[in-house]
Design a protein around this ligand. Structure first.
Ligand SMILES: NC(=O)c1ccc[n+]([C@@H]2O[C@H](COP(=O)([O-])OP(=O)(O)OC[C@H]3O[C@@H](n4cnc5c(N)ncnc54)[C@H](OP(=O)(O)O)[C@@H]3O)[C@@H](O)[C@H]2O)c1
Length: 425
């Protein structure tokens, strides 16, 4: 298959970049839809460096702004290209200490980016996909979700609550946590895919979602503290390295690419895949009424034609609206504020939790140095080892880990996601 046009969102980094690269190598024409022009163009440049014949191009898309999504689609239409597939890959996972943040349209940032931005994008491109399907009998939508969508996997974590259709932006007292927002957004990805697939039946276009596995080498945990990132990459990454839970970037991206291009997925519609196989998604995701309600609400918030428009409430002043384009800056500000407030408090006033946080911050400097050293050693070690072979040999299934400690560990794996990315290096 060659020359088919495929849009990959968030393709400047991690799984998106790797997916775009492999799709280009397969002769497809790939549009890297990224929010940051510099990073997007750098990613295109890197693909062209390794494959001068690659049909890769950058287009600006900020999923945290509905106007940007609409502009992206207008720009795409102006190019007159036929669309074969859409890969909804981009995602944010804020640091657990981050306050609630918002998109340009006042949506809670994680749900707004991971679900609502993609909801609008997909709906605006459906006509393009349908005409391709009419012409060649195939057009695909692949949505990146996560096993973390499953509340039961994270039930031992703080602030993980059932998805509340009446409070999708987690505005209720004590409802918001970055983990809860991420879990909800990944659940929304699945609810959306299932409902979309139902609507697409017999229209030639298919929609499926995939959890690429735990991939510690992407940039998703960029907003976490240095100690958390160290923990994810070296402790958890190492711990699960020889299991099916941890996947290399290449393995994760190849699974996505297969879903986009492989003949065996032609006609497969409305499924959830994990570890390269069809899987059962969480109980929450099986709620058909919830799917319909979320669809309608999303359509209203995105001002989709045919639905009564609804605007999100302006965030309360206490929750200062940050620029979603620079989340890392926001996190730094949060840490600065935490430092200042820590100094102002006396030792006696500090809670156990605050003391732990302070210790964590003190350890950070040392850990940063250790991390750099360890990173060098790991890179060298990785070059010598055949990771793939080891993974295949061991094949420890996540579900085999049934004891209490094991389920704690699964929960923690889910809590985190990775650091450095090929394109970001
Ligand atoms: N890594 C894992 O273990 C794992 C596991 C399960 C599921 N996933 C899912 O896989 C997908 C890719 O994640 P990753 O691990 O590859 O992380 P990543 O390296 O951080 O890549 C995320 C991409 O999303 C982009 N993005 C973020 N906000 C955006 C916005 N408002 N508009 C447009 N693009 C935006 C980022 O752009 P910037 O570079 O500009 O920030 C980046 O290109 C996500 O949907 C994630 O939930 C990952």
């Amino acid at each position: 298959m060659t020359g088919r046009v495929i849009i990959v969102t968030g393709a400047n980094s991690g799984i998106g970049y790797e997916t775009a690269k492999f799709l280009c190598n397969g002769g497809n024409e790939v549009i890297l839809a990224c929010r940051n022009e510099e990073k997007g163009k750098a990613a295109v440049g890197k693909i062209l460096e390794s494959n001068p014949n690659a049909l890769a191009s950058f287009m600006q898309l900020d999923l945290a702004e509905l106007a940007s999504v609409r502009k992206f689609v207008d720009d795409f239409h102006a190019g007159g290209r036929k669309l074969y597939a859409l890969v909804n890959n981009a995602g944010v996972f804020l640091d657990k200490r981050s306050p609630r943040q918002f998109t340009k349209d006042n949506f809670e940032l994680t749900l707004g980016t991971n679900h609502l931005g993609h909801f609008l994008l997909t709906n605006l491109l459906l006509g393009d996909l349908e005409s391709t399907a009419t012409e060649i009998g195939d057009a695909r939508i692949v949505v990146l979700t996560s096993m973390l969508h499953d509340r039961n996997l994270k039930k031992k974590m703080r602030n993980i609550t059932p998805f509340d259709i009446d409070d999708i932006f987690l505005a209720g007292e004590g409802k918001y946590s970055a983990e809860n927002a991420y879990k909800n957004s990944k659940l929304a990805n699945i609810l959306f895919t299932y409902e979309l697939a139902k609507q697409l039946q017999d229209r030639g276009v298919t929609a499926n979602c995939i959890c690429p596995g735990f991939i510690p080498s992407t940039n998703l945990s960029r907003n976490a503290t240095a100690s958390s990132r160290f923990f994810v990459r070296y402790i958890l990454g190492g711990l699960f390295r020889f299991t099916k839970i941890t996947q290399s970037l290449e393995q994760g991206a190849r699974a996505v690419v297969e879903m986009v291009t492989d003949e065996k997925y032609k006609g497969v519609n409305g499924k959830y895949f994990k570890n390269h196989a069809e899987a059962q998604s969480s109980d929450e995701s099986m709620d058909e009424e919830l799917r319909v309600k979320l669809w309608e609400l999303s359509a209203r918030y995105c001002h989709l034609k045919g639905y009564e428009p609804l605007d999100a409430e302006i965030p309360p002043p206490a929750e200062k609206k940050e620029d979603p384009k620079d989340v890392s800056d926001t996190t730094e500000k949060v840490e600065e504020k935490a430092d200042a407030s820590d100094k102002a408090k006396t030792e006696e006033e500090k809670t156990e939790k605050e003391k732990d946080m302070e210790k964590d911050e003190k350890d950070e400097k040392t850990e940063k140095q250790e991390e750099e050293k360890k990173e060098e050693e790991t890179v060298k070690a990785e070059e010598k080892s055949d990771i793939k072979e080891n993974v295949e040999q061991t094949e420890v299934k996540k579900d085999d880990v049934t004891d209490e400690k094991g389920s704690e560990e699964k929960t923690t794996v889910a809590d985190v996601e990775p650091v450095q990315t090929e394109a970001a290096k």
